[in-house]
Design a protein around this ligand. Structure first.
Ligand SMILES: C[S@@+](CC[C@H](N)C(=O)[O-])C[C@H]1O[C@@H](n2cnc3c(N)ncnc32)[C@H](O)[C@@H]1O
Length: 203
């Protein structure tokens, strides 16, 4: 958590610095998700691996889950929404409950077999019309500066992937409806908008 906090502070400073010097939007992922979620007007939102609750602004009907009890305690004190300690691999939540599910920057913390379990759980708790938003930093690094290497070294996640790896891992459970890529600070971010495959939708 301490390393996570340090990492968060350095990354925040560089997000702002890069945005100031380039005139770009400092948090493209936040604005993109806000727009998409507003369009969908989902009934219930679930974030798997909510961390310190950076995306808990997305609605009052939001549940954030994270296996780290310190993040959950922090979010309960500081964020709006509900927060529960839970791993994405075993969601103690009923089937077909959430209309929008987010999994942001969690993928690079998990090896393939764990991530596949998360995807299966996400599909189970998502409504048939629901949307699953997966976002993560992908290889190659957009701006491979020494500071980007330092940030990566501080990051607790060790499973950075390429776009095609995410596409392959998702392909069994989801149909990818849209794909966006942009540079956030030093990294190439991939955002995938996924739906249940037609064969898995009842009726
Ligand atoms: C880089 S943080 C991202 C936090 C938040 N989604 C964000 O974008 O600000 C990665 C998070 O994944 C969580 N995580 C790790 N393993 C997980 C698992 N099996 N299920 C759900 N979350 C997990 C970590 O506890 C951490 O909070």
């Amino acid at each position: 958590m301490k390393t996570g906090f340090l990492f968060g502070c350095i990354q925040e400073a560089f997000h702002r610095g890069c945005a100031l010097t380039s005139g770009a939007e400092p948090y493209p992922l936040r604005s993109l998700l806000r727009q998409e979620i507003e369009k969908l007007a989902p009934g219930r939102i679930l974030e798997v691996g909510c961390g310190s609750g950076n995306y808990a602004f997305l609605g009052h009907n939001y549940l954030g889950v994270d296996p780290n009890p310190r993040y959950v305690a922090y979010c309960r004190r500081n964020r709006t929404g509900e927060f529960e300690q839970m791993s994405g691999e075993h969601l103690d939540l009923p089937d077909k409950t959430f209309d929008a599910i987010l999994c942001l920057s969690v993928g690079h913390h998990l090896p393939d077999d764990s991530l596949l379990r998360v995807f299966r759980e996400v599909k189970r708790v998502m409504t048939d019309e629901g949307v699953f938003f997966l976002a993560d930093a992908i290889r190659p690094i957009a701006r491979p500066r020494p500071i980007a290497m330092l940030l990566e070294w501080l990051d607790e996640g060790r499973w950075f992937r390429r776009e095609e790896d995410y596409v392959a891992l998702l392909s069994n459970e989801f149909a990818i409806e849209q794909k966006r890529k942009f540079t956030e600070a030093f990294y190439q971010m991939l955002v995938l908008f996924c739906r249940k495959k037609r064969r898995d939708v009842a009726g």
